[in-house]
Write a new protein. Sequence first.
Length: 129
Amino acid sequence: MLNEKVQQYQIVGQHTEKVNRLLDIDLLTGDVCVYPGFRKHVKKKHKNCLEYIPKIQEIIANPDYVGVNPDEPNSVEYVKVFDKTVLLSVNLCTDKEEDYLYVSSLYDISEGKLNNRLNSERLKKIFDT
């Protein structure tokens, strides 16, 4: 049973075991939530990505790349190429009552950063199976 705070979150997708296997991680699978103040965060910090908020479900369901930020344990990055390349960060919250996944940020990355992260294997291309 989700606690009262988490019940206010909107479910926007599913983190899957397929992604865990590809990245060789053991992150909680299941619902990914967006907290009520997320739009405000993006508007303040990443204004040029506001137009991608309605595409969060698509980014999670059909990313072009996935990866792990080495500085953020218990997280995963979903990357989707639109007219910009956008990165959606999903983190694990370890609440006293329960653990859950939530979208922590959404921002664009340059082609150079994308290529660097692919070359370093921080990001991996999703192949349909």
